[in-house]
Design a protein around this ligand. Structure first.
Ligand code: SF4
Length: 395
């Protein structure tokens, strides 16, 4: 079993995921300019890999880059992990500095070593860890397993999109789990109203049956359309890829640098206008970016243009109850059988693009395009399933 420095964040967010990851972590020999240290505690290999560091006459200074606004508890323990492992491996670590666009802080890592070791020990030997919803679940590869486990308890915590006050209200009225919802349907509707109540009952049925349940049929036939997905580098305010699926053909509009973002965006707008089709996208990111770019480059797109945008996420949320851990595109499309061809996700694609920007390696660009193409094809699949269920199921 191997623990990497990246696993410390998980240790503080979900101990269950931390332990599952350990089984899969593989140690590969690093020879890419990283400062790498290896040591062992409790029979587990600890590996710290530091990409940015300065070698001074009296030792090393590690520079750990982050993106967040402030330091949290895990950063301190992570710094102790770097310091401890690299010191044990024979490096003299004098200074560890955490840097983000919002702060630059030196951490006195030695004072967190005891905490780091005791957190590791208690988690490594912990038994019977149970899934507990947290912000990592959305992108977690174990989310389906955890969801299934939670669903078996019939806990109302698995109901997607039901906020805490609503759950509290149900519990106060004796509707404590999924089975209660299914038995006391009229009470649920009386308590929460027709629309919300029906949605919650459909969600409960979907979980009970382990299959999609139609909440309401689509009220109109969906028009033929383009499918759009944008990839961006938020810190540079740079939308570098507009992937379009047009009649099943994938067309990437790729801006090689910020300088040609405007030209690429104009080509995308031209393609949309010429196609005379609506634009399907998942969630509101795409329309937000179009509005932003229109303003940024003073292109004069009218309100009429934005009426072409159709949010597939909203359609699914309003019409389908699904037995899934989240309503993210990845989760829903995976549920319907879509297989992504890369390991990239919404977070890591930014790092992959940065790597492309530095190296201009064609194989990295190819990976980004495959990832983006998968996103638009997955959106298409979700849309098709929605139409199919709406046509065949009775609400
Ligand atoms: S899905 Fe959530 S609870 Fe389950 S392992 Fe992943 S992060 Fe933990």
């Amino acid at each position: 079993m191997v623990v990497f420095e990246k696993d410390i964040k998980t240790l503080f967010t979900c101990k269950l995921k931390f332990k599952k990851d350990l089984e899969k972590n593989e140690f590969l020999d690093y020879d890419n300019g990283f400062l790498v240290g290896i040591t062992e505690v409790f029979g587990v290999k600890l590996v710290a890999r530091c990409e940015k560091y300065l070698r001074h006459l009296d030792g090393y200074e590690l520079i750990i880059e982050k993106r967040g606004k402030k330091l949290t508890e895990y950063h301190y323990v992570e710094s102790a992990f770097y310091g401890y492992v690299l010191t044990e491996a024979g490096y003299k670590i004098n200074k560890i500095t955490y840097v983000s666009p919002y702060y630059r802080t030196e951490i006195n890592w030695q004072q967190y070593v005891t905490k780091m070791i005791s957190e590791l020990q208690s988690t490594l030997f912990a038994k019977g860890l149970e899934p507990k919803k947290n912000y990592m679940c959305r992108l977690c590869e174990y989310s389906f397993d955890c969801f299934e486990k939670l669903s078996e308890t019939f806990s109302i915590s698995v109901l997607h999109g039901v906020n805490e006050p609503t759950k509290k209200k149900m519990v106060e009225h004796g509707i404590k789990d999924i089975q209660d919802i299914l038995v006391k349907k009229s009470e649920v509707i009386k308590l929460l109203g027709e629309v919300k109540g029906n949605r919650i009952i459909s969600l409960a049925r979907a979980i009970e049956l382990k299959q999609p349940v139609l909440i309401t049929k689509l009220d109109r036939k969906l028009k033929d359309g383009l499918i759009l997905d944008i990839e961006s580098l938020p810190e540079e305010d740079f939308d570098y890829l507009f992937g379009i699926l047009d009649s099943n053909a994938y067309i990437p509009f790729f801006a090689e640098s910020l300088e040609n973002e405007k030209e690429i965006f104009q080509s995308v707008v031209k393609h949309i206008k010429n196609s005379n089709k609506v634009i399907y996208h998942f969630h509101n990111y795409e329309i937000q970016r179009f509005r932003h770019l229109n303003k940024k480059y003073s292109l004069g797109l009218k309100e009429e243009f934005y009426k072409l945008f159709v949010d597939v996420y909203k359609l699914v949320l309003n019409h389908l109850a699904l037995p899934v851990p989240s309503y993210s595109l990845k989760t829903i499309a995976k549920f319907f059988g879509y297989n992504w061809r890369t390991d990239i996700n919404g977070q890591s694609v930014m790092q992959v693009f940065k790597k492309y920007y530095e190296t201009r390696a064609e194989e990295i660009k190819k990976l980004i395009l495959i990832y983006n193409e998968d996103d638009v094809r997955a959106t298409k699949l979700v849309l098709e399933k929605l139409v199919q269920l709406s046509e065949t199921e009775s609400a």
